[in-house]
Every structure is written in structure tokens, then in C-alpha cells.
Write a protein that binds this ligand. Structure first.
Ligand SMILES: Nc1ncnc2c1ncn2[C@@H]1O[C@H](COP(=O)(O)OP(=O)(O)O)[C@@H](O)[C@H]1O
Ligand SMILES: N[C@@H](CC(=O)OP(=O)(O)O)C(=O)O
Length: 439
């Protein structure tokens, strides 16, 4: 068995966590390719090294003294190095980083140092070969990830190595400047490495015992999902289930490599298998619930809009002209509603309203803010009648005012819009009706 193992920041936050990781890797000789994140939070009040780096770099580019902040970051690594009894000195690396910060090497460069340095520590601890991801994860000059080129370069580099550590989260553009994926992107690096070595399995180790039916910060001890498909995962992670980055399935799709989500603090737990397809029936009608706060909706009303060819395109054109992407677009006969991220919309609100008036001469435009979107996802929903009805009645019982409900044509998900303040109540109510009531 050839395995790629990615360890998240929570699994590498301290020397104690590193030791658990070492035990896990040594327990299975198939665990040959390791993708580490930067050290994460040691407790809920702690700060991730990635966030310390962003903060330190902003201090540097503002022309203020950043040495103390960099020293605090170095101390995080030193604590791990000492706790593991390694004879490794990161001082030369930190001198280089200080120079590059002073020369404004870029936010991506700054953030990437968390994984870069943790990879050095990990390789030293395991005795594995270290590979700087800037040499093997390729982006174009505009910062777009180059999947084919990366696969070629990375598989060539790894083909004769028995083992290697490839830090997560970053790569480089053709001129050598560092580029990161979006936050949580070490999961993507893990998938890329799994594809490049044709791994049998990609193990993603975190601080929960698998992909849970919903966010454990909202529902206490939710059920673990035993098997979930790539498509379900993408819907849930896009909608806020941060345990796995929503883009991590793309590199694996072609080869159908399964992802196994496991808990570093409870390695004996079965975890979650994420697969291309499965005939295993889900335990409940729904597979999972996720959601995000912070949306605004713009409702355009115009009598007979349904007969006006090109109406929808013109409305969306206004959002495109303002460089705004939309999240959902439910429509009625004479109304069309567009959901956008509130923070992006806020600064362009008046341009959008004026643009809509010019483009489609609506009868009225109605705006709402502080909305949340919740996705109820499940391959089992297709076979079950009345799912939307049950969601409605659960939310009515919980006194949640439903602003919008949108059932995707794939019948894999139902999206519900509620007010931000009802978000947690709504998720709990949906969890209760589909999971608690069925256990
Ligand atoms: N549906 C879910 N299943 C599991 N964890 C979830 C879910 N939704 C949100 N989470 C949160 O995701 C966290 C794990 O993701 P993250 O903090 O990025 O881990 P890591 O540092 O291991 O990459 C969990 O601790 C949990 O709070
Ligand atoms: N360290 C980066 C990348 C990452 O994936 O981290 P984690 O595995 O801790 O979510 C971040 O904080 O975004």
C-alpha cells in the first residue's frame, strides 16, 4: 500500500502532537509521503502560526519593528525542536525570512513559511527527504494552479524516493515567487501528491474523528459520516465544513483515489472514507449539514420579466461588471433574487443598484442583509420523498423564518436561507429531525 498522509495544523501544534504523528507514520510503512501544515492552535485561545506570519509581515511592510513578532514565531518552532530532542537550528532560515520580510517579499511568501519550516522539522524528525514545494507545485504568472505541469514535475521528483516530506499550502510561479492556495490549502497539496505518486489512499489527519454530520462547534458530538462521496463532500466543504478544503477532490477525481479522514488524537477510530462513488446506503436520509453566514440578497421585481428574453443575463451582467460572484439565484415569475457575499457587496452596493436600473428598468429592487445559507446534502435524498417538507416543518417548530429554499436539480442538496441570528438554531433543528430522531 502506498499512502500519502497529510497532517493539519492541529496535529502539529506542539512537540507532543508531533510525537503522536511520528507514532502514526511509523506504525505503517505505507505512509511514505508526508504533507504537513504549519503548527496550529494548541488550545482554543491560541494563534495559528500562519496567522502570526500574516500579522508579522503586515507589521514589516508598514515599516514598524517586526523582530519581536518573528521571534515569537521562532519560539513556536524551537519549543517543538526541543521537545523532540532534535539538533536542528532554524536561525539561518529565520535570518533569511527577516531579510525577505524587510524587502516586502509578499504575503504569500510570508504565510508559506509556516509550512516550509514545519516541513524541515518534520523531515528531520522522521529522517525523510525534504522537498521545498516551491520547486514542485507550479502556478502560472497570474497565480493559477498548473495541474498537468505540477503532476509531471512532482511525479518525476518523487519517483525514485522511498519517502519524502512535501510541505502543504504553497508552490511558486515561473519567476520563483511563492504563491499559496486559499486558507486550508494544505489539503489540496495532499491530494496533488497522492495523484502524483498514484497513491492507494490519501489519509487526511485532523483533530476530529472524521467528517461529522455537522459542525461540532454548533451541535455537540455530532454523528460521524462513515462514507461520503466526492460530490457530497464538495457541497459541504464549500458551504463551510472546514475539515477538508473544497478543492481537494479535483486532483483525485481522475484516479478515484479515496480520502480517509482520521483523528491524530484517536487513531484507532474508523474515521470517514471519501470516495468517488459508493452503493453503501447512508445511515440517515441526509449525509450532512453545513452553512455560512454573511450574505446579502438583491431581489429585482418586474412584471412580465419571464417574457423578456435576456433578462437574467442582463441582471447577472451587472454583477459581473462589478466583479461580484453570486452564490445563489432563486427566481419567481416576476422576481429574481441574487445572493452575494455581504462584505464584497457592501462597497459596491450603489453601483450595482444603479447598474440594475440602467440594465433592466425594474419595478423595484429589494435588499436584505445579514443572511445565512445552509446546505442540507445527501445522496439519499433523491430516494426519499418529503425531505424539503420535513426541513420546513422542523424550522417552523424552531420558530426560524425561512427566507429562501432552493433545491438543486441534482437533488443532492437543498439550500436554505435564514437570518444570521437563526443560523445555529436552524442547523440544530435540521440535525434533530434527520439524525437525533432516527438514531
Ligand atoms: N462537518 C464537520 N466535520 C468535522 N469537522 C468540522 C465540520 N465542520 C467544521 N468542522 C471543524 O473543522 C475542524 C478541523 O479542520 P481544521 O481546523 O482545518 O483542521 P486541521 O488543522 O487538522 O487542518 C474541526 O476541529 C471542526 O471544528
Ligand atoms: N496553514 C494554512 C494551510 C492549512 O491547510 O492549514 P490547516 O491544515 O491547519 O487547516 C492555513 O492556516 O490556512
Amino acid at each position: 500500500m502506498k499512502k500519502v498522509v497529510k497532517f493539519g495544523g492541529s496535529s502539529l501544534a506542539s512537540a507532543e502532537q508531533f510525537k503522536k504523528v511520528g507514532d502514526i507514520i511509523r506504525a505503517d510503512e505505507g505512509r511514505r509521503y508526508v504533507v504537513p501544515s504549519a503548527p496550529g492552535k494548541r488550545n482554543s485561545a491560541d494563534t495559528k502560526v500562519t496567522d502570526m506570519l500574516y500579522d508579522c509581515y503586515r507589521t514589516a511592510v508598514a515599516g514598524r519593528d517586526f523582530k519581536k513578532k518573528l521571534q515569537n514565531i521562532k519560539a513556536r518552532y524551537q519549543e517543538i525542536i526541543d521537545g523532540l530532542n532534535l539538533s536542528l537550528d532554524l536561525s539561518p532560515e529565520f535570518e533569511k525570512i527577516a531579510e525577505n520580510f524587510a524587502a516586502a517579499a509578499g504575503e504569500d511568501y510570508a504565510a508559506s513559511r509556516g509550512e516550509y519550516l514545519n516541513g524541515i522539522v518534520m523531515a528531520n524528525y522522521l529522517g525523510y527527504t525534504y522537498i521545498d514545494s516551491a520547486e514542485v507545485i507550479c502556478f502560472d504568472e497570474n497565480g493559477n494552479f498548473l495541474a498537468d505541469k505540477t503532476d509531471e514535475v512532482l511525479s518525476e521528483r518523487l519517483k525514485d524516493l522511498d519517502n519524502a516530506v512535501v510541505p502543504g499550502f504553497y508552490g511558486a510561479k515561473p519567476d520563483g515567487s511563492v504563491k499559496t492556495f486559499s486558507r486550508g490549502g494544505s489539503d489540496i497539496t495532499g491530494s496533488i501528491v497522492a495523484k502524483a505518486v498514484h497513491a492507494d489512499i490519501y489519509e487526511n489527519w485532523t483533530d476530529v474523528s472524521g467528517f461529522l454530520v455537522t459542525d461540532p462547534r454548533i451541535v455537540k458530538d455530532p454523528e460521524v459520516i462513515s462514507t461520503i462521496t466526492y460530490r457530497e463532500l464538495r457541497e459541504l466543504s464549500y458551504m463551510g465544513a472546514t475539515v477538508l478544503h473544497e478543492d481537494s477532490i479535483f486532483p483525485l477525481r481522475q484516479e478515484g483515489i479515496p480520502i480517509h479522514v482520521l483523528n491524530t488524537n484517536a487513531p484507532q477510530d474508523p474515521g470517514t472514507m471519501i470516495v468517488e462513488n459508493t452503493c453503501s446506503k447512508p445511515k440517515f436520509t441526509i449525509t450532512g449539514i453545513a452553512g455560512k453566514k454573511g450574505f446579502a440578497s438583491i431581489t429585482v421585481e418586474k412584471s412580465m420579466m419571464n417574457t423578456e428574453i435576456g433578462f437574467g443575463r442582463k441582471v447577472l451582467g451587472v454583477f459581473e461588471d462589478n466583479n461580484l460572484s453570486f452564490e445563489h439565484m432563486p427566481s419567481g415569475i416576476d422576481t429574481m433574487t441574487v445572493f452575494v457575499h455581504q462584505n464584497e457587496f457592501a462597497e459596491k452596493e450603489q453601483q450595482v443598484i444603479a447598474g440594475l436600473h440602467r440594465a433592466v428598468q425594474p419595478d423595484s429592487i429589494d435588499l436584505e442583509s445579514d443572511l445565512a445559507l445552509i446546505a442540507v446534502v445527501g445522496r439519499g435524498m433523491r430516494r426519499t420523498r418529503g425531505t424539503a417538507g420535513r426541513i420546513f416543518s422542523a424550522l417552523a417548530h424552531a420558530h426560524v423564518n425561512v427566507k429562501m429554499i432552493d433545491q438543486g436539480s441534482s437533488e443532492l442538496n437543498i439550500i436554505i436561507g435564514v437570518e444570521n441570528r437563526d443560523f445555529e438554531t436552524a442547523i440544530k433543528a435540521i440535525y434533530d429531525i434527520f439524525v437525533v430522531a432516527q438514531i
